[in-house]
Write a protein that binds this ligand. Sequence first.
Ligand code: NAD
Length: 339
Amino acid sequence: MPVRVAVNGFGTIGKRVADAIAKQPDMQLVGVVKTRPSFEAEVAVARGYPLYVGGDGNVEEFRSAGIKVAGSVDDLFRGTDVVVDATPDKVGRQQAAKYASANLKAIFQGGEKPDVAELSFSALANYDAAKGKSRVRVVSCNTTGIVRAAAVLRAHYGVERWEATLVRRAADPTEVHKGPVNAILPTFQFPSHHAPDAQTIFPDLAISTTALVVPTTLMHVHVNHVRLRRPPATTEEVVAAFRETPRFQVFRSADHVEGTPQVLEYAKDHGTSRGDMMKNVLWEDGVRLAGNELFFFQAIHQESIVVPENVDAVRAMFNLAPNANASIAVTDLALGLRD
Ligand code: NAD
Protein backbone atom coordinates (compact mmCIF):
# COMPACT_ATOMS: atom_id res chain seq x y z
CA MET A 1 0.00 0.00 0.00
CA PRO A 2 1.46 3.40 -0.90
CA VAL A 3 1.74 5.96 1.90
CA ARG A 4 -1.13 8.45 1.63
CA VAL A 5 0.24 11.99 1.59
CA ALA A 6 -1.72 15.25 1.83
CA VAL A 7 -0.19 18.66 1.15
CA ASN A 8 -1.61 21.48 3.26
CA GLY A 9 -0.85 24.85 1.62
CA PHE A 10 -0.51 24.89 -2.16
CA GLY A 11 1.85 27.83 -2.67
CA THR A 12 5.47 28.01 -3.81
CA ILE A 13 6.68 24.98 -1.88
CA GLY A 14 3.39 23.05 -1.56
CA LYS A 15 2.63 22.84 -5.26
CA ARG A 16 6.13 21.57 -6.00
CA VAL A 17 6.03 19.01 -3.20
CA ALA A 18 2.61 17.84 -4.44
CA ASP A 19 3.98 17.29 -7.96
CA ALA A 20 6.98 15.43 -6.52
CA ILE A 21 4.86 13.16 -4.29
CA ALA A 22 2.55 12.35 -7.21
CA LYS A 23 5.57 11.01 -9.11
CA GLN A 24 6.80 8.61 -6.40
CA PRO A 25 6.11 4.88 -6.82
CA ASP A 26 5.53 4.26 -3.10
CA MET A 27 3.37 7.29 -2.27
CA GLN A 28 -0.11 8.48 -3.17
CA LEU A 29 -1.05 12.16 -3.23
CA VAL A 30 -4.50 12.02 -1.64
CA GLY A 31 -5.18 15.74 -1.80
CA VAL A 32 -3.98 19.31 -1.63
CA VAL A 33 -5.42 22.16 0.40
CA LYS A 34 -6.09 25.75 -0.59
CA THR A 35 -7.81 28.54 1.29
CA ARG A 36 -8.95 30.63 -1.71
CA PRO A 37 -9.91 29.99 -5.34
CA SER A 38 -7.10 30.99 -7.72
CA PHE A 39 -5.39 29.92 -10.90
CA GLU A 40 -3.25 27.62 -8.75
CA ALA A 41 -6.39 25.91 -7.45
CA GLU A 42 -7.42 25.38 -11.08
CA VAL A 43 -3.98 23.93 -11.83
CA ALA A 44 -4.37 21.45 -8.96
CA VAL A 45 -7.72 20.29 -10.34
CA ALA A 46 -6.35 20.12 -13.91
CA ARG A 47 -3.52 17.90 -12.67
CA GLY A 48 -6.07 15.54 -11.12
CA TYR A 49 -5.19 16.40 -7.51
CA PRO A 50 -8.24 16.22 -5.22
CA LEU A 51 -8.63 19.78 -3.92
CA TYR A 52 -9.79 20.49 -0.37
CA VAL A 53 -10.58 23.75 1.38
CA GLY A 54 -8.65 24.68 4.52
CA GLY A 55 -7.82 27.58 6.82
CA ASP A 56 -10.57 30.19 6.83
CA GLY A 57 -11.64 29.31 3.28
CA ASN A 58 -15.12 28.18 2.37
CA VAL A 59 -16.30 25.58 -0.08
CA GLU A 60 -19.03 27.81 -1.56
CA GLU A 61 -16.46 30.41 -2.64
CA PHE A 62 -14.67 27.76 -4.71
CA ARG A 63 -17.92 26.40 -6.16
CA SER A 64 -19.08 29.86 -7.20
CA ALA A 65 -15.71 30.38 -8.92
CA GLY A 66 -16.40 27.17 -10.85
CA ILE A 67 -13.62 25.20 -9.14
CA LYS A 68 -14.42 21.63 -8.16
CA VAL A 69 -13.58 20.81 -4.56
CA ALA A 70 -13.61 17.40 -2.90
CA GLY A 71 -14.47 18.69 0.57
CA SER A 72 -12.94 20.28 3.63
CA VAL A 73 -9.54 19.62 5.13
CA ASP A 74 -11.15 17.42 7.82
CA ASP A 75 -12.56 15.15 5.09
CA LEU A 76 -9.07 14.89 3.57
CA PHE A 77 -7.36 14.06 6.83
CA ARG A 78 -9.61 11.03 7.41
CA GLY A 79 -7.86 9.25 4.51
CA THR A 80 -4.31 10.51 5.09
CA ASP A 81 -1.21 8.99 6.69
CA VAL A 82 1.08 12.03 6.62
CA VAL A 83 0.55 15.70 5.93
CA VAL A 84 3.22 17.90 4.42
CA ASP A 85 2.58 21.33 5.90
CA ALA A 86 3.55 24.01 3.38
CA THR A 87 1.57 26.87 4.87
CA PRO A 88 3.26 30.25 5.45
CA ASP A 89 5.81 30.80 8.25
CA LYS A 90 4.32 30.23 11.72
CA VAL A 91 0.99 28.95 10.36
CA GLY A 92 2.38 25.40 10.41
CA ARG A 93 2.82 25.55 14.17
CA GLN A 94 -0.83 26.61 14.54
CA GLN A 95 -1.83 23.53 12.50
CA ALA A 96 0.26 21.07 14.54
CA ALA A 97 -2.46 20.29 17.09
CA LYS A 98 -4.94 19.60 14.30
CA TYR A 99 -2.56 17.08 12.71
CA ALA A 100 -1.97 15.39 16.06
CA SER A 101 -5.68 15.15 16.86
CA ALA A 102 -6.30 13.59 13.44
CA ASN A 103 -3.54 11.07 14.27
CA LEU A 104 -1.41 12.15 11.33
CA LYS A 105 2.31 12.21 10.98
CA ALA A 106 3.45 15.68 9.87
CA ILE A 107 6.31 17.31 7.99
CA PHE A 108 6.91 21.01 8.60
CA GLN A 109 9.03 23.51 6.65
CA GLY A 110 11.94 25.71 7.62
CA GLY A 111 9.73 28.73 8.37
CA GLU A 112 8.75 27.02 11.61
CA LYS A 113 10.99 26.97 14.68
CA PRO A 114 12.85 23.66 15.17
CA ASP A 115 10.84 22.63 18.23
CA VAL A 116 7.71 22.20 16.11
CA ALA A 117 9.08 18.72 15.31
CA GLU A 118 11.08 15.89 16.82
CA LEU A 119 13.99 16.67 14.54
CA SER A 120 15.20 18.90 11.73
CA PHE A 121 16.01 16.99 8.55
CA SER A 122 18.10 16.93 5.42
CA ALA A 123 18.42 13.62 3.58
CA LEU A 124 22.18 13.50 2.95
CA ALA A 125 22.86 14.44 6.58
CA ASN A 126 20.50 12.61 8.95
CA TYR A 127 18.10 10.32 7.07
CA ASP A 128 18.39 7.49 9.59
CA ALA A 129 17.46 9.73 12.52
CA ALA A 130 14.06 10.42 10.91
CA LYS A 131 13.14 6.75 10.55
CA GLY A 132 9.78 6.06 12.16
CA LYS A 133 9.42 9.63 13.48
CA SER A 134 6.01 11.35 13.62
CA ARG A 135 6.99 15.03 13.27
CA VAL A 136 9.90 16.13 11.10
CA ARG A 137 10.96 19.61 9.99
CA VAL A 138 12.69 20.03 6.63
CA VAL A 139 15.16 22.88 7.13
CA SER A 140 14.93 26.06 5.02
CA CYS A 141 16.35 26.49 1.53
CA ASN A 142 19.60 28.13 2.65
CA THR A 143 20.10 25.68 5.48
CA THR A 144 19.44 22.75 3.15
CA GLY A 145 22.15 24.10 0.86
CA ILE A 146 24.65 24.45 3.71
CA VAL A 147 23.85 21.10 5.26
CA ARG A 148 24.12 19.18 1.98
CA ALA A 149 27.56 20.70 1.36
CA ALA A 150 28.54 20.03 4.98
CA ALA A 151 27.56 16.37 4.58
CA VAL A 152 30.05 16.08 1.70
CA LEU A 153 32.91 18.01 3.31
CA ARG A 154 32.59 16.39 6.73
CA ALA A 155 32.57 12.87 5.29
CA HIS A 156 35.56 13.43 2.98
CA TYR A 157 37.80 15.87 4.80
CA GLY A 158 36.40 16.91 8.17
CA VAL A 159 35.46 20.54 8.87
CA GLU A 160 37.46 22.54 11.39
CA ARG A 161 35.80 25.91 10.83
CA TRP A 162 33.31 27.34 8.30
CA GLU A 163 32.46 30.99 7.59
CA ALA A 164 29.69 31.70 5.08
CA THR A 165 28.13 34.88 3.76
CA LEU A 166 24.69 34.36 2.31
CA VAL A 167 23.61 36.68 -0.48
CA ARG A 168 19.88 36.24 -0.29
CA ARG A 169 17.26 36.86 -2.94
CA ALA A 170 14.82 39.59 -1.96
CA ALA A 171 11.65 37.68 -2.83
CA ASP A 172 10.23 34.80 -4.81
CA PRO A 173 9.20 35.87 -8.34
CA THR A 174 5.49 36.07 -7.45
CA GLU A 175 6.01 38.06 -4.22
CA VAL A 176 5.30 41.43 -5.81
CA HIS A 177 4.93 43.34 -2.55
CA LYS A 178 8.36 42.44 -1.17
CA GLY A 179 11.68 44.16 -1.73
CA PRO A 180 14.11 45.79 -1.83
CA VAL A 181 13.94 46.93 -5.45
CA ASN A 182 17.13 48.99 -5.34
CA ALA A 183 19.21 48.39 -2.24
CA ILE A 184 21.60 45.98 -0.57
CA LEU A 185 20.42 45.26 2.96
CA PRO A 186 22.81 43.81 5.53
CA THR A 187 21.16 41.58 8.15
CA PHE A 188 22.27 42.87 11.56
CA GLN A 189 22.26 39.53 13.29
CA PHE A 190 25.49 37.71 14.17
CA PRO A 191 25.47 34.93 13.33
CA SER A 192 22.48 35.02 10.99
CA HIS A 193 19.88 32.37 11.88
CA HIS A 194 21.33 29.95 9.31
CA ALA A 195 24.32 28.78 11.37
CA PRO A 196 22.27 27.72 14.41
CA ASP A 197 19.76 26.16 12.04
CA ALA A 198 22.50 24.05 10.39
CA GLN A 199 23.56 23.04 13.91
CA THR A 200 20.11 21.58 14.56
CA ILE A 201 21.31 18.86 12.17
CA PHE A 202 25.08 18.88 12.79
CA PRO A 203 25.40 20.16 16.41
CA ASP A 204 29.21 20.04 16.30
CA LEU A 205 29.58 21.94 13.01
CA ALA A 206 31.76 25.01 13.76
CA ILE A 207 29.97 27.38 11.40
CA SER A 208 29.22 31.07 11.47
CA THR A 209 27.03 32.83 8.93
CA THR A 210 26.27 36.41 7.94
CA ALA A 211 23.64 37.47 5.44
CA LEU A 212 22.53 40.31 3.19
CA VAL A 213 19.53 40.73 0.95
CA VAL A 214 19.87 41.87 -2.66
CA PRO A 215 17.29 42.84 -5.30
CA THR A 216 16.93 39.60 -7.24
CA THR A 217 14.41 36.76 -7.33
CA LEU A 218 16.82 34.35 -9.02
CA MET A 219 18.34 32.16 -6.29
CA HIS A 220 20.55 32.74 -3.25
CA VAL A 221 24.36 32.59 -3.50
CA HIS A 222 26.60 31.50 -0.61
CA VAL A 223 30.21 32.61 -0.35
CA ASN A 224 31.98 29.91 1.67
CA HIS A 225 35.35 29.74 3.39
CA VAL A 226 35.99 26.40 5.08
CA ARG A 227 39.05 25.20 6.98
CA LEU A 228 39.36 21.45 6.37
CA ARG A 229 40.83 18.99 8.89
CA ARG A 230 42.22 16.51 6.33
CA PRO A 231 42.51 18.49 3.08
CA PRO A 232 43.10 16.64 -0.18
CA ALA A 233 46.04 17.52 -2.41
CA THR A 234 44.12 19.35 -5.10
CA THR A 235 41.06 21.49 -5.79
CA GLU A 236 40.03 18.93 -8.41
CA GLU A 237 39.52 16.30 -5.71
CA VAL A 238 37.08 18.57 -3.89
CA VAL A 239 35.23 19.28 -7.13
CA ALA A 240 35.03 15.54 -7.79
CA ALA A 241 33.65 14.88 -4.29
CA PHE A 242 30.79 17.32 -4.92
CA ARG A 243 30.26 16.08 -8.46
CA GLU A 244 29.87 12.45 -7.44
CA THR A 245 27.30 13.26 -4.71
CA PRO A 246 23.61 13.27 -5.66
CA ARG A 247 21.91 16.70 -5.61
CA PHE A 248 24.99 18.65 -6.69
CA GLN A 249 25.38 20.28 -10.09
CA VAL A 250 28.91 21.47 -10.84
CA PHE A 251 29.20 23.62 -13.96
CA ARG A 252 32.38 23.50 -16.07
CA SER A 253 34.10 26.57 -17.52
CA ALA A 254 32.98 25.43 -20.96
CA ASP A 255 29.32 25.63 -19.90
CA HIS A 256 29.57 29.43 -19.74
CA VAL A 257 27.17 29.67 -16.82
CA GLU A 258 28.15 33.09 -15.51
CA GLY A 259 25.61 33.37 -12.72
CA THR A 260 22.12 32.56 -11.52
CA PRO A 261 20.24 33.63 -14.70
CA GLN A 262 22.10 31.02 -16.74
CA VAL A 263 21.57 28.39 -14.03
CA LEU A 264 17.81 28.81 -14.32
CA GLU A 265 17.99 29.04 -18.11
CA TYR A 266 19.87 25.71 -18.05
CA ALA A 267 17.07 24.23 -15.94
CA LYS A 268 14.42 25.50 -18.36
CA ASP A 269 16.37 24.23 -21.37
CA HIS A 270 16.51 20.81 -19.73
CA GLY A 271 12.73 20.87 -19.38
CA THR A 272 12.67 20.58 -15.60
CA SER A 273 9.28 21.11 -13.99
CA ARG A 274 8.67 24.88 -13.55
CA GLY A 275 12.30 25.52 -14.57
CA ASP A 276 13.39 24.38 -11.10
CA MET A 277 16.93 23.58 -9.98
CA MET A 278 16.68 21.24 -7.00
CA LYS A 279 20.44 20.63 -6.73
CA ASN A 280 23.12 22.73 -5.02
CA VAL A 281 24.84 24.58 -7.85
CA LEU A 282 28.62 24.98 -7.87
CA TRP A 283 31.06 26.17 -10.50
CA GLU A 284 34.37 24.35 -10.92
CA ASP A 285 35.97 27.79 -11.42
CA GLY A 286 34.32 28.85 -8.17
CA VAL A 287 36.06 26.25 -5.99
CA ARG A 288 39.61 26.85 -4.76
CA LEU A 289 41.71 24.92 -2.25
CA ALA A 290 44.77 26.66 -0.77
CA GLY A 291 46.43 24.39 1.79
CA ASN A 292 43.61 23.52 4.16
CA GLU A 293 41.53 26.59 3.24
CA LEU A 294 38.66 25.87 0.88
CA PHE A 295 36.72 28.62 -0.88
CA PHE A 296 33.60 27.91 -2.89
CA PHE A 297 30.46 29.61 -4.15
CA GLN A 298 27.17 27.78 -4.31
CA ALA A 299 23.79 28.89 -5.64
CA ILE A 300 20.54 27.71 -4.10
CA HIS A 301 17.16 27.77 -5.84
CA GLN A 302 14.92 28.81 -2.98
CA GLU A 303 11.66 27.69 -4.60
CA SER A 304 12.64 24.07 -5.17
CA ILE A 305 15.72 22.86 -3.27
CA VAL A 306 13.71 21.49 -0.32
CA VAL A 307 11.32 19.50 -2.53
CA PRO A 308 13.30 16.22 -2.71
CA GLU A 309 14.02 16.48 1.02
CA ASN A 310 10.27 16.48 1.76
CA VAL A 311 9.89 13.29 -0.28
CA ASP A 312 12.76 11.59 1.55
CA ALA A 313 11.31 12.68 4.88
CA VAL A 314 8.11 10.76 4.06
CA ARG A 315 10.15 7.71 3.10
CA ALA A 316 12.17 7.83 6.32
CA MET A 317 9.13 8.34 8.57
CA PHE A 318 7.44 5.25 7.09
CA ASN A 319 10.60 3.13 6.74
CA LEU A 320 10.10 2.76 3.00
CA ALA A 321 13.82 2.59 2.22
CA PRO A 322 16.76 1.05 4.10
CA ASN A 323 18.97 4.15 4.01
CA ALA A 324 19.47 7.64 2.61
CA ASN A 325 21.11 6.51 -0.61
CA ALA A 326 18.27 4.14 -1.42
CA SER A 327 15.64 6.81 -0.79
CA ILE A 328 17.53 9.51 -2.67
CA ALA A 329 17.92 7.17 -5.64
CA VAL A 330 14.14 6.58 -5.87
CA THR A 331 13.26 10.24 -5.31
CA ASP A 332 15.79 11.56 -7.80
CA LEU A 333 14.88 9.06 -10.51
CA ALA A 334 11.21 10.07 -10.22
CA LEU A 335 12.13 13.78 -10.31
CA GLY A 336 14.55 13.49 -13.22
CA LEU A 337 17.52 14.56 -11.08
CA ARG A 338 19.74 11.63 -12.07
CA ASP A 339 21.89 11.75 -15.18
P1 NAD B 1 3.52 30.58 0.07
O1 NAD B 1 2.95 31.80 0.67
O2 NAD B 1 4.00 30.62 -1.34
O3 NAD B 1 2.46 29.39 0.16
C1 NAD B 1 1.72 29.12 1.32
C2 NAD B 1 0.32 28.68 0.91
O4 NAD B 1 -0.40 28.26 2.07
C3 NAD B 1 -0.49 29.80 0.24
O5 NAD B 1 -1.12 29.26 -0.92
C4 NAD B 1 -1.52 30.17 1.31
O6 NAD B 1 -2.73 30.63 0.75
C5 NAD B 1 -1.71 28.83 1.99
N1 NAD B 1 -2.28 28.90 3.35
C6 NAD B 1 -2.24 29.91 4.23
N2 NAD B 1 -2.86 29.55 5.39
C7 NAD B 1 -3.29 28.28 5.21
C8 NAD B 1 -4.00 27.35 6.02
N3 NAD B 1 -4.38 27.67 7.28
N4 NAD B 1 -4.30 26.13 5.52
C9 NAD B 1 -3.92 25.79 4.27
N5 NAD B 1 -3.24 26.64 3.44
C10 NAD B 1 -2.93 27.86 3.92
O7 NAD B 1 4.67 30.10 1.05
P2 NAD B 1 5.93 29.21 0.69
O8 NAD B 1 7.01 30.10 0.14
O9 NAD B 1 5.50 28.02 -0.09
O10 NAD B 1 6.44 28.80 2.15
C11 NAD B 1 5.87 27.69 2.83
C12 NAD B 1 6.86 27.23 3.89
O11 NAD B 1 8.06 26.79 3.23
C13 NAD B 1 7.31 28.30 4.89
O12 NAD B 1 7.59 27.67 6.13
C14 NAD B 1 8.60 28.80 4.28
O13 NAD B 1 9.48 29.38 5.23
C15 NAD B 1 9.17 27.51 3.73
N6 NAD B 1 10.13 27.70 2.64
C16 NAD B 1 9.94 28.63 1.68
C17 NAD B 1 10.89 28.81 0.70
C18 NAD B 1 10.75 29.85 -0.37
O14 NAD B 1 11.76 30.41 -0.78
N7 NAD B 1 9.57 30.15 -0.85
C19 NAD B 1 12.02 27.98 0.66
C20 NAD B 1 12.16 26.98 1.62
C21 NAD B 1 11.21 26.85 2.62
